[in-house]
Design a protein around this ligand. Structure first.
Ligand SMILES: [Zn+2]
Length: 335
């Protein structure tokens, strides 16, 4: 996944600084929400003091009582990883599909099945969509990918593939209790995110490209109020990047949600441009936000290596991301 090349990283550092200069008179209210670099952060006005999550949860009507079962989410990740490497076309991948279906029994499921031609030949791809109807017209999607990297031997993808897959199962538990009063929420387990050989526009994001195209054709894309993506969100040292390929106002809303819950110190210390499953939906016209921590071990050393294992993850990180996602949905409902 994801190719932040050095040029993009330079841009990421330069753009916020330039923006701050250009928008100086308007800066006071905006500073906390602009993509922050470490340098920009030091120059910025003081951020609001963090509020402990325990104090924030359920305090007044402003903040909802959103609580993710962190241990259960982690148990799901553990079970997913126990299948071993789960690249497209593998037996472990098929087992994981069955596992997901078993957990989602009783939920309205739609599947987007097709055959992708890749540099290594044809593979079956299966996007899985779980629908939780709301009372308001419009859909908020929360997506992740469940396939794992093919070309690295012994790659079990605890964080890259496993963390989002397990977290979305826990979100399904939260969403299936009673009817939603806001937008419909669709949880989407995307398939074939990883490149078969080398990441490129055509060798990557097989599932999301197909689904975005389908949703463009049938008009679903116009009903999307937001497409929220969770990828690599289990790192015990959680630092979710502000993705500059995402929709600015939606990133702002994610930050607002994180701040309300007292989790803002885990969000947006760094701005980088990320290529991931959200891009096809952005190109199709949907507002998108990619929640990704692309600093997995110093300098991202564990990414796409056999060291992407469970011991690097924390249940707390899953809960933080899950609660911020649900709070973002709540804020969208109120818009
Ligand atoms: Zn990956």
């Amino acid at each position: 996944m994801i190719v932040p090349d050095p040029r993009r990283k330079w841009l990421a550092a330069a753009v916020p600084a330039l923006l701050m200069l250009m928008l100086a008179p308007l800066a006071i209210k905006r500073l906390g929400r602009l993509p922050q670099t470490p340098a920009a952060t030091q120059a910025a006005a003081p951020m609001p003091s963090p509020v402990p999550a325990s104090a924030a949860a359920g305090s007044g009507s402003e903040t909802p009582n959103i609580k993710i079962n962190a241990a259960r989410a982690m148990q799901y990740v553990r079970e997913v990883v126990a299948f071993g490497p789960r690249p497209i076309g593998s037996e472990a991948h098929r087992k994981l599909e069955a596992y997901l279906a078993a957990h989602l029994a009783g939920v309205t499921i739609e599947r987007d099945d097709f055959t992708a031609s890749t540099p290594n030949g044809s593979f079956p791809i299966h996007n899985i969509i779980a629908k939780f109807p709301g009372t308001k017209p419009g859909i908020v999607v929360i997506a992740t990918h469940y396939d794992t990297l093919m070309r690295v031997k012994g790659f079990v993808g605890a964080n890259d593939g496993g963390s989002g897959t397990g977290l979305l199962l826990e979100l399904a538990n939260q969403l299936r209790t009673g009817k939603r009063s806001g937008y419909s929420v669709w949880l989407v387990w995307l398939d074939g995110e990883e490149a078969v050989r080398q990441w490129s526009a055509t060798d990557s994001t097989y599932g999301s490209r197909h689904l975005a195209e389908g949703w463009q054709k049938d008009g679903t894309i116009r009903q999307l109020k937001a497409f929220l993506l969770a990828d690599m969100i289990g790192d015990a040292d959680l630092n979710i990047d502000r993705d500059q390929n995402s929709t600015a106002w939606l990133e702002d809303l994610v930050y607002e949600a994180a701040t309300k819950l007292g989790y803002q110190s885990h969000f947006f210390a760094r701005g980088i441009a990320i290529e991931d499953d959200h891009i096809p939906f952005a190109k199709a016209g949907a507002p998108v936000a990619d929640l990704i921590d692309f600093d997995y071990g110093y300098n991202n050393v564990f990414w796409h290596t056999p060291q992407d294992t469970l011991d690097k993850l924390s249940p707390k990180s899953l809960a933080i991301t899950g609660e911020v996602l649900l709070e973002t949905v709540r804020l969208l409902d109120q818009k």
